[in-house]
Design a binder for this molecule. Structure first.
Ligand code: Z5A
Length: 205
């Protein structure tokens, strides 16, 4: 039996990591193997690429940025995600290719058809994608209360961020069979409750 692949997408501070962790923990209890992973990252090689991509000192053209995300993704899919799906696991991934389409495509202006070609080359489509949406102020407050130093992407301007948010929204609307938009302005319990109900409704899990 092939496993199930669930991804979480959205802007920074939307609460993806929090709800992905909670979903993984809640599913551990039913005896099925759960793999919780993230992008960029998920393998030693891809985590090394992540270090480069998030470092504010790294200077890259948007196309180079895109290709590094896909290099990391190709390794992650081949070494972790596909083997886990072949074992029948539920794989929950914090960001996947929709982030490249939103950040590098809609946000930084890289040719979206070229990104779609790279998506096809990697050759793996999630079964279900949650696109978390929050008001800009909600996200800012959450990140401020966490207090981490800003990474390279968090230094992008408000205009780029607005294009990224609009991009995520457009992506979700263009693939309703795979993507669900989630209002993530509520507290962590409310967001988790919506997501868990949708996992049951869409996937029967
Ligand atoms: N990137 C890209 O450009 N292209 C790509 O293809 C890929 C990624 C795959 C990865 O950074 C960066 O890479 C990302 C896009 C780019 N950068 N940006 N911006 P990351 O993995 O370090 O960061 P992130 O994915 O943006 O995660 P984040 O900033 O941690 O946001 P989050 O995962 O959505 O939020 P969180 O960590 O779950 O929560 C943030 C805080 O809010 C935390 O203190 C929580 O306790 C709190 N929180 C969470 N949910 C709630 C609710 N519901 N209520 C109240 N408080 C909450």
């Amino acid at each position: 039996m092939r496993g199930v692949f669930i991804t979480f997408e959205g802007g920074e501070g939307a609460g993806k990591s929090t709800v992905a962790r909670r979903l993984a923990a809640s599913m551990q209890t039913n005896g099925r193997e759960i793999v919780l992973t993230r992008e960029p990252g998920g393998t030693p090689g891809a985590e090394a690429v992540r270090g480069l991509l998030l470092n504010p000192a790294t200077v890259l053209t948007p196309l180079a940025d895109t290709l590094l995300h896909f290099a990391a993704r190709a390794d992650h899919v081949a070494r972790v995600i596909n083997p886990a799906l072949a074992r029948g696991a539920v794989v929950i991934c914090d960001r996947f290719y929709d982030s490249t389409m939103a950040y590098q495509g809609y946000g930084l202006g890289v040719d979206r058809n070229a990104i779609a070609t790279l998506i096809d080359l990697v050759g793996l489509t999630p079964d279900l994608t949650f696109v978390l949406e929050v008001f800009e102020l909600t996200a800012k407050n959450r990140l401020a209360s966490r207090g981490n130093a800003a990474d390279r992407y968090e230094q992008m301007g408000a205009d780029v961020m607005a294009r990224i948010s609009a991009g995520f929204h457009a992506i979700a609307l263009s693939a309703p069979e795979r993507c669900v938009l989630v209002d993530a302005n509520g507290d962590a319990d409310a967001v988790f409750g919506s997501v868990a109900a949708l996992v049951t409704k869409r996937l029967g899990l």
